[in-house]
Design a protein around this ligand. Structure first.
Ligand code: IPE
Ligand code: IPE
Ligand code: MG
Length: 241
């Protein structure tokens, strides 16, 4: 399928819940981690497709605050995959003009992973071709709670007048404070739920739930979802004139 780089109503910010790695592996008689590795290999193709599709910001859900409930083997395997992924992909991301940011609570992640994340953010901080945000130990409710805590501390310290607090104030305390709100949220694997992803930011996002498992999410599948989005009519509570 041809990619339409001129789509004037392309989504500026696409967020993806990369789901279905485990089932993809199990349907092939393989362990779940095999699916996570296949899923990680898909990310580069999707990031590289963004400029052609008119997508400036891509945010991907890699690990949720609830995913710690999984077996120790799976959690340890995922953490090791994240460390390996950052180490292996850093140079290519830098060279391809990708600016990488992480959102989520880093405190619970191991120190080695935290420093790799900091280094990758620094390495790519002058890039501007695509803005890739990786949600790692991220939960929407956790993010709002952490933001509220810091806002309350600033109110207590006399730095913020509580009378002035509105939605924009709170948004400035979120992990995503430098990002626009997502225009389109895609979830793979056939599940139709948001699982605590970007709760505040997706208030007016369009949603697309597709059956494809994440390791099968190709550039063509991505392009088709974007083409579908471009036909939608967003009204933000108003009336189309
Ligand atoms: C998504 O795939 C990746 C993570 C949550 C880390 P899953 O691991 O949830 O795969 P399924 O949903 O069990 O197939
Ligand atoms: C959401 O997928 C989290 C990520 C994709 C990282 P899950 O597989 O964890 O979500 P549930 O458990 O099906 O809601
Ligand atoms: Mg899942």
């Amino acid at each position: 399928m041809a990619l339409d780089s001129n789509a004037k109503n392309a989504p500026e910010h696409v967020a993806i819940i990369m789901d279905g790695n485990g089932r993809w592996a199990q349907s092939r008689g393989k362990p779940r981690l095999f699916g996570h590795h296949a899923g990680a290999r898909r990310v580069r193709e999707v990031v590289e497709a963004c400029p052609d599709l008119g997508v400036k910001y891509l945010t991907i859900f890699a690990f949720s605050t609830e995913n710690w409930k999984r077996t120790q083997v799976e959690v340890a395997g995922l953490m090791s995959l994240f460390r390996r992924y950052i180490t292996k992909e850093a140079r290519a991301l830098k060279d391809e003009g990708v600016r990488v940011r992480f959102i989520g609570d880093r405190v619970r992640l191991d120190h080695k992973l935290q420093s790799l994340m900091d280094e990758l953010e620094q390495l790519t901080e002058t890039n501007d071709r695509v803005h890739l945000t990786i949600a790692l130990n991220y939960g929407g409710r956790d993010e709002v709670a952490r933001a509220t805590k810091r806002l309350a501390q600033d109110v207590a310290a006399g730095q913020v007048d509580p009378e002035t607090v509105d939605g924009e104030t709170l948004a400035r305390y979120l992990d995503t404070h430098v990002l626009p709100d997502p225009d389109l949220v895609i979830r793979t694997s056939g599940e139709a739920r948001i699982s605590n992803f970007l709760l505040w930011q997706s208030a007016y996002a369009e949603y697309e739930f597709i059956d494809t498992m994440w390791p099968d999410f190709s550039r063509d599948v991505f392009a088709k979802v974007i083409a579908g989005y471009c036909k939608r009519d967003r009204r933000y509570g108003g009336v189309k004139v």
